[in-house]
Design a protein around this ligand. Structure first.
Ligand SMILES: [Zn+2]
Length: 316
């Protein structure tokens, strides 16, 4: 157990000397937040607007409500834990990330609130999930061991990583859909629906055909300069295939265990509970009881989303 104010719940493999050093490191993370930017080669962060600070505080509260729903104590993510970055300064192919070592979130500020909120909520779930570190014995290095479902060890790289990302993004998706009427989201959502249905954009081929097919919302990605007719690129919530696999798995668990669950959302809650508490045993038992011994382990081993989808579709 590390100091209050971090989300690190356990340290594995540390001798007493290392443990003291690790505790020292995590005591200092708030005052050394700037280091994370150096490490990732990010030159500068943006000053947060009042609106962004308000969003951070509101999402901190909402994610704490989730923890409390599962009987867990709150973890505070203050605006100091969050670094807002111009999109050009982000590492490639990243909209946002959580650093367990620095206890920090780095997030790109694209023009719209919706992608900002959905990415921030997602990273806050990683932050507040069950976090544990391990120590590399020879070098005394602090390494990631658990983030929610994901296990990283010398033998198991990114074990259950796909499920972890799928559950995390699904929580973020549900959060956005629950809050479509919020002023920060509503105007963009209405505008998006309007914009996407306009002939001009359809002709440009940028409207996904399955626009409202299951996802509920598409996320505007870039800022649109209305006068200059610049078009917006849209993206879905991330981890599409992984989330399809998760949904399929949840539905199959539900139908295989007739009468055990009120509806599939209760099965989803088992996954969320495992992410927050780190306890995977019960869920693993349920899955192996339903589909045969070794199934849970196999799900953890698969690293490719398409392969995972194929695997869970064939479960019966
Ligand atoms: Zn993630």
């Amino acid at each position: 157990m590390i100091e209050q104010g971090t989300s690190i719940k356990r340290v594995y493999g540390a001798n007493p000397e290392n443990l003291a050093r690790i505790q020292e490191h995590y005591r200092g993370v708030i005052s050394s937040q700037g280091e994370v930017l150096n490490q990732f080669g990010i030159n500068s962060e943006l000053e947060k607007t009042n609106e962004e600070t308000g969003i951070i505080e509101a999402l901190d509260q909402s994610t704490n409500d989730k923890l409390s729903y599962f009987g867990l104590s709150p973890i505070t993510i203050s605006p100091e834990h969050v670094h807002v970055i111009a999109p050009d300064d982000l590492p490639e192919d990243t909209a946002a990330f959580y650093s367990q070592f620095h206890q920090t979130i780095v997030i790109g500020r694209f023009g719209f609130n919706i992608p900002f909120i959905k990415s921030l909520y997602h990273e806050m779930i990683h932050f507040k999930a069950y976090n544990a570190v391990r120590v590399n014995e020879e070098e005394g290095k602090i390494l990631q061991y658990r983030t929610g479902f994901t296990i990283d060890s010398p033998k198991k790289r990114y074990f259950f990583g796909l499920i972890n990302e799928a559950v995390t993004e699904e929580l973020s998706r549900q959060f956005i859909l629950r809050n479509l009427d919020h002023p920060l989201i509503k105007s963009e959502y209405d505008w998006m629906v309007d914009d996407l249905s306009s002939q001009q954009i359809q002709k440009n081929g940028s409207v996904p055909e399955d626009l409202f097919d299951g996802e509920g919302i598409y996320i505007p990605k870039t800022f649109r300069f209305k006068d200059q007719q610049e078009l917006v690129g849209y993206e879905t919530f991330s981890n599409v295939t992984g989330r399809k696999a998760l949904t399929s798995l949840i539905n199959t668990i539900d139908s295989k265990n007739t009468g055990a669950f009120g509806d599939p959302s209760e099965v989803f809650d088992l996954f969320v509970n495992a992410i927050f508490t780190g306890h995977m045993y019960e869920l693993g038992k349920l899955i192996d009881r339903s589909f045969g011994r070794g199934t849970f382990r196999k799900i953890g081993e698969i690293q490719d989303p398409d392969e995972l989808l194929e695997f869970v579709k064939n479960l019966q």
